[in-house]
Design a protein around this ligand. Structure first.
Ligand SMILES: C[S@@+](CC[C@H](N)C(=O)[O-])C[C@H]1O[C@@H](n2cnc3c(N)ncnc32)[C@H](O)[C@@H]1O
Ligand SMILES: Nc1nc2[nH]cc(C(=O)O)c2c(=O)[nH]1
Ligand code: SF4
Ligand SMILES: [Mg+2]
Length: 208
């Protein structure tokens, strides 16, 4: 089968990098996890910390079997699929094989493309730069809004109104604006205790 067709079916995927580290953000902060970073993103966040991921064609295409083989090299049983924007691809085949091998599977997504795959935990981080696809709202277990501007508090509430009641609500300072906004985030959460803070702890630890 031609590579393009295989990628279209999610049997092969462009992989920018894959690494075993500690989940630095969100509800699973502190858990060891194997990260699979798929190449390609069309959302275009001005503050994205992995802009080199955006161009899908730059990255080698691997079969889902090869990708899962990488995950099997480590003792951890948690896999995080990220990118780039992983939902640009059909994640059905990759997640089915990971499940067959006994992994817990989390995803980091902007929700800008139709939902696919089977996940144990969905981190939905909506962006002003591209509207979420409606399929994400019932799937999100965690809403993680990046605070880069004061308008992001209202943006966070707008999306919180659309997710399921049990969805966890997190505010995470944009890395370069953390000094500017962390104090405001703390004040906001103390006044609105249904929100929690998420920090990019891997950057403090200087790990991938
Ligand atoms: C690089 S993105 C990849 C997954 C997906 N495209 C997304 O945006 O959710 C992984 C996580 O990092 C967050 N992120 C990206 N750049 C950031 C930055 N400069 N400061 C804080 N969080 C950032 C995103 O919002 C997302 O939650
Ligand atoms: N340690 C670590 N934790 C993370 N959580 C989400 C990340 C991502 O880029 O998706 C990430 C990452 O790149 N590294
Ligand atoms: S959606 Fe994610 S990968 Fe894409 S530009 Fe935004 S933060 Fe970066
Ligand atoms: Mg990251």
């Amino acid at each position: 089968m031609e590579i393009k067709q295989a990628v279209g079916k999610g049997i092969k995927l462009p992989v920018m990098e894959a690494f075993y580290t500690i989940q630095g953000e969100g509800t699973f902060t502190g858990h060891p996890a194997y990260f699979i970073r798929l190449g390609g993103c069309d959302v275009g966040c001005v503050w994205c910390d992995v802009k080199e991921s955006w161009e899908a064609g730059k990255w080698p295409v691997q079969s889902v079997e090869e990708i899962v083989e990488g995950a099997l090299q480590y003792p951890g049983k948690l896999v995080v699929i990220t990118g780039g924007e992983p939902l640009m691809y059909d994640l059905g085949p990759l997640t089915a094989l990971l499940k067959e091998k006994g992994f817990t599977i989390n995803i980091e997504t902007s929700g800008a493309h139709p939902f696919s795959g089977q996940f144990d935990w969905v981190c939905f981080s909506p962006k002003k730069f591209k509207e979420p696809h409606p399929s994400i709202f019932e799937k999100a277990n965690e809403l993680k809004v990046i605070v880069f501007h004061k308008s992001d508090f209202a943006f966070a509430e707008k999306h919180a109104a659309k997710v399921q009641p049990a969805c966890r609500k997190l505010l995470q300072p944009e890395w370069s604006k953390a000094e500017r906004y962390t104090g405001e985030i703390i004040d906001y959460i103390k006044k609105h205790p249904d929100w929690n803070i998420s920090l990019q702890t891997h950057k403090f630890m200087d790990i991938p």
